[in-house]
Design a binder for this molecule. Structure first.
Ligand code: OFO
Length: 170
């Protein structure tokens, strides 16, 4: 059974993952409103990824005899200035989530919970991908200055993103 300390920490992380989902959905809504439907699609797929992250914690908690307690989800930013700003904020957000996962790992270590340490390794690896994906797109956006023909091409490319649930999909 999971300790109370870890249970509380995982409940906070579930809320953060749901906030990530909400934040990216807000970005998708904004991008749609300015006609960048490919970029909007990219973030709608990101929303599915974040729901997967939240549900993976949700299911793990139940498996370990913990109790999931849902809390209020903070309102995300609704207005943005440009696609460049959106990807800058997304990268910053993913760096923040990486920090949270590392802190959660510190709690699992201090509680000597080997099962949770092993479970969290998936998130440690996933965060490398999350940061890298936002960073790559941000770099491309900066190269084309977020506008013109290049922007339209990138928008088309991002519109091709597909959600591939990991094999242990719940
Ligand atoms: Fe985007 O990684 Fe979860 O929050």
């Amino acid at each position: 059974m999971i300790s109370k300390k870890l249970q509380d920490a995982i409940n906070i992380q579930i809320n953060k993952e749901l906030y990530s989902e909400y934040l990216y959905l807000s970005m998708a809504a904004y991008l749609e409103s300015i006609g960048l439907s490919g970029c909007s699609h990219f973030f709608k797929i990101q929303v599915q990824e974040e729901r997967y992250h939240a549900m993976k914690f949700f299911n793990y908690m139940n498996e370990r005899g913990g109790r999931v307690i849902l809390d209020i989800i903070e309102q995300p930013q609704v207005d943005f200035n440009s696609p460049v700003e959106i990807f800058e904020l997304s990268l910053k957000h993913e760096e923040y989530v990486t920090k949270l996962i590392n802190e959660l790992m510190d709690v699992a270590i201090s509680e000597n919970d080997h099962a949770t340490k092993s479970f969290l390794n998936w998130y440690v690896d996933e965060q490398v991908e999350e940061e890298s994906s936002m960073d790559n797109i941000l770099n491309q956006l900066k190269l084309i200055d977020g506008k013109g023909q290049g922007m339209l091409m990138l928008d088309r490319e991002l519109g091709q993103r597909i959600f591939t649930p990991p094999t242990d999909s719940e």
